[in-house]
Design a protein around this ligand. Structure first.
Ligand SMILES: [Zn+2]
Length: 414
């Protein structure tokens, strides 16, 4: 149990935070503490509903659950289809008396196949509550639901518009929800995104996230000419050889483009040994961390495509942007600093600002217009997502509730 000394340390630290401290909103903190058992119950209930990203029946049950919870908060809730992908989307709204428009986002789907719960059941162990999808992203939904319950009980109405969006297709690239997230986010002043934060057992402190990669697919297609590879190879135009040439000459192409990363991962070409192949296609996994990286990368690939090795072949390049990058910039940093100041009210509790991650997030869609200020990773601290033995850290519940409620109150007053 190598974690034990550290966990004891953090528990002790947090116990100290519960004593009176200058600047602390004692009422909110008391409400956050009182809500802790209910958050744990909500987490247990949600993890018990398996909702893997392509599991339509499970997602339906999860959506029913979340819808009922949002309705109980007094929000106007509508359910929307998300095009071809499975997983509906919940859009909940309220009008207040203030001037600021605030939006909260989290996702209901997990990466786990139905039945995972049987081999990885919910279990409590020290400071950890385990369960598939408990951190990513049922912890985000729990924090949103319980933070809003605390604020409702406090009579909070200082916003102009409050929007909550829970999607059910985040783990399949938000294919059906991304555009709506981008559109709605552009109508708001602030978007808070509730993906989990790294566990303290991995990252030392709880934190928030300042940027995340965009994900794209680069494709090169080569058209050649087929011919008998034994009798008349000179009549052919070998698409496979040209594709290999293109791969080699673009292997390091992203090195000169800040915020771009490219790796060729898939190739498809001829089917039989004795025919010069007339077609080939290659696919690269592309990660983008700067707004202008995509057009620059595409232009560079196209310039190379013109430099062919096999005469009379036709080379075309495309770049399909899946999830846009989340590059928050100065306004995200300002939000993160406010979050740090709020954490500091918990007897100096630290909040890490994680500069970036290679994983994608819906904060990328929310941030795309450049209109709202966006902050990511306001869910609970946890680990093991997209892996095994996923867990959240229980001692992050009260601080995260305090952070969200306090931050929303401040943002509404701006
Ligand atoms: Zn997630």
């Amino acid at each position: 149990m190598p974690n034990f000394p550290k966990l004891t340390f953090f528990s002790a630290l947090f116990a100290a935070a519960l004593t009176v401290h200058a600047g602390t909103d004692e009422k909110l903190l008391a409400a956050a503490r009182a809500a802790e058992p209910a958050v744990i119950s909500s987490l247990r209930e949600m993890v018990a509903i398996e909702s893997g990203t392509m599991d339509a029946a499970g997602l339906l049950r999860m959506t029913d659950y979340a819808e009922a919870r949002l309705v109980a908060l007094g929000l106007q809730v509508e359910r929307r289809k998300t095009g071809g992908s499975t997983g509906d989307l919940l859009l909940a709204q309220a009008q207040g008396s203030g001037r600021r428009k605030l939006m909260l986002i989290a996702h209901m789907d997990t990466v786990y196949a139905p039945g995972t719960l049987a081999s990885q059941p919910i279990k409590l162990e020290g400071n950890r509550l385990y369960g598939p999808g408990i951190a990513d992203d049922k912890s985000g939904i729990a924090v949103v639901l319980h933070a809003l319950a605390i604020l409702r009980d406090a009579g909070w109405k200082d916003y102009a518009r409050l929007t909550v969006l829970f999607n059910g297709d985040e783990e399949s690239q938000s294919a059906g929800s991304g555009e709506l997230i981008a559109k709605l986010a552009a109508e708001h002043d602030v978007v808070l995104s509730y993906e989990p934060a790294p566990a303290k057992s991995m990252a030392k402190e709880e934190g928030v996230l300042l940027s995340a990669a965009g994900i794209a697919t680069a494709t090169i297609k080569v058209k050649g000419r087929s011919a008998h590879s034994g009798a008349a190879p000179e009549l052919g135009r070998n698409a496979l050889v040209e594709a290999a040439h293109q791969i080699l000459q673009t292997e390091n192409i992203a090195k000169d483009i800040p915020g771009a990363q490219l790796n060729w991962t898939v190739i498809q070409s001829g089917k039989v040994r004795n025919q010069i192949p007339d077609q080939a296609s290659v696919i690269a996994d592309v990660r983008l961390n700067a707004a202008d990286a995509a057009p620059r990368l595409l232009a560079a690939l196209q310039a190379q495509a013109a430099k062919q090795h096999v005469a009379d072949t036709e080379v075309t390049v495309s770049l399909d942007i899946g999830r846009p990058p989340y590059v928050g910039g100065a306004r995200t940093e300002a939000l993160a600093k406010r979050a740090q100041a709020i954490y500091a009210e918990l007897d100096g509790r630290k909040l890490m600002l994680h500069p970036g991650t290679g994983a994608g997030t819906d904060a990328g869609f929310a941030n795309r217009s450049g209109k709202p200020a966006v902050l990511e990773s306001l869910g609970l601290a946890g680990w093991g997502y997209h892996a095994r033995d996923e867990y959240i850290e229980l001692d992050s519940i009260v601080p995260r509730l305090y952070l969200s409620t306090r931050l929303l109150m401040e943002l509404a007053r701006d």
